[in-house]
Write a protein that binds this ligand. Structure first.
Ligand code: CP
Ligand code: NVA
Length: 307
């Protein structure tokens, strides 16, 4: 595991296709074994800084550390001195003296990069306004399990070109899936992320499509994906976004344009009746709870490799 030790996990873009597959394969191995059967991180401590709410990320990282023989500390930004203005660069160096790894969920992606630059221990991105790489890895594991492969598949994401969409663009284009994003004008994925995904796709002979037409996005897809229309921090825009995004709702009519065996994905939490209908979320093609479970397995693999 020497190639991974000490590295940060801020974006899937920092890892090669071979490395991402190595993480996915290791996650499958850990998933197949006894939950608490490995002591790979015995005696190690992960600090988990949260500036935003979380159910899955918090619990899966904490349980994952426990199952690997280590300990996790929940550090609410409200209670840390960082919440009172202590600089990120000081926090990074102080925490590096106590901990073996830091997971952080915050707003500005640059804050995570600064934390990682000053920390002498691995930093894991647990979601920023820009990216959600652990989610994308859990999603790739779920697709691999359900479809038996990644290469040659098409993932269609409809809705807001947000952190989840950005990380899916990178993960798909590196791992060999075609990806189409259907979103309204002005809500496209991040420009730099898109350029990077297009470069990966070109090198891999796959496709990246961003379109305002949701039907064109989902046409022939093997995987249908959506996420909330108003992310954490955008609560005030909620009503306006519901109006703008309504043509992009993932419902049975839209899903009818995908392959008959297309699976339905959502990172959760979901807003039924907004970005996805109850029928699709609870339907036989939905794999949303497998996705949630896979956060645990894939993050255990990431932590065991880099910490
Ligand atoms: N999908 C996800 O990251 O969920 P939480 O916000 O509950 O952590
Ligand atoms: N895009 C959502 C994902 C939540 C897991 C948000 O940032 O709120």
């Amino acid at each position: 595991m020497s190639g991974f030790k000490g590295r940060d996990f801020l974006t899937v873009n920092d890892f090669s296709r071979a490395e991402l597959f190595e993480i996915l394969n290791f996650a499958q191995e850990l998933k197949a074994g006894p939950a608490a059967g490995s002591r790979l991180l015995a005696g190690k401590t992960l600090g988990m800084i949260f500036q935003k709410s979380s159910t899955r990320t918090r619990v899966s990282f904490e349980v994952g550390m426990y199952q690997l023989g280590g300990t996790a500390l929940f550090l609410s930004a409200k209670d840390l001195q960082i919440g009172r203005g202590e600089p990120v660069k000081d926090t990074a160096r102080v925490l590096s003296r106590y901990l073996d790894g830091i997971m952080i969920r915050t707003f500005e992606h640059g804050e995570v990069e600064e934390l990682a630059a000053y920390a002498t221990i691995p930093v894991i991105n647990g979601l920023t306004d820009l990216l959600h790489p652990c989610q994308a890895m859990a999603d790739m594991l779920t697709i691999l399990e359900k479809k038996g492969r990644l290469q040659g598949l098409k993932l269609a994401y409809v809705g807001d070109g947000n952190n989840v969409a950005n990380s899916l663009l990178l993960a798909c284009s590196i791992l060999g899936l075609d990806i189409a994003v259907g979103c309204p004008k002005g809500y496209e994925p991040d420009g730099e992320v898109l350029a990077s995904a297009c470069a990966h796709a070109k090198a891999n002979g796959t496709e990246v499509l961003v379109t305002e037409d949701p039907v064109a996005a989902v046409a022939g897809a093997d995987v249908l994906y959506t996420d909330v229309w108003a992310s954490m921090g955008q609560e005030e825009e909620h009503a306006a976004r519901v109006r703008i995004f309504s043509p992009y709702q993932l419902n049975s009519e839209l899903a009818g344009h995908a392959k008959a065996d297309a699976i339905v994905m959502h990172c959760l939490p979901a807003h039924r009746g907004e970005e996805i209908t109850e029928e699709l979320l609870e339907g036989p093609r939905s794999v949303v709870f497998e996705q949630a479970e896979n956060r645990l397995h894939v993050q255990k693999a990431i932590m065991a490799k880099i910490m």
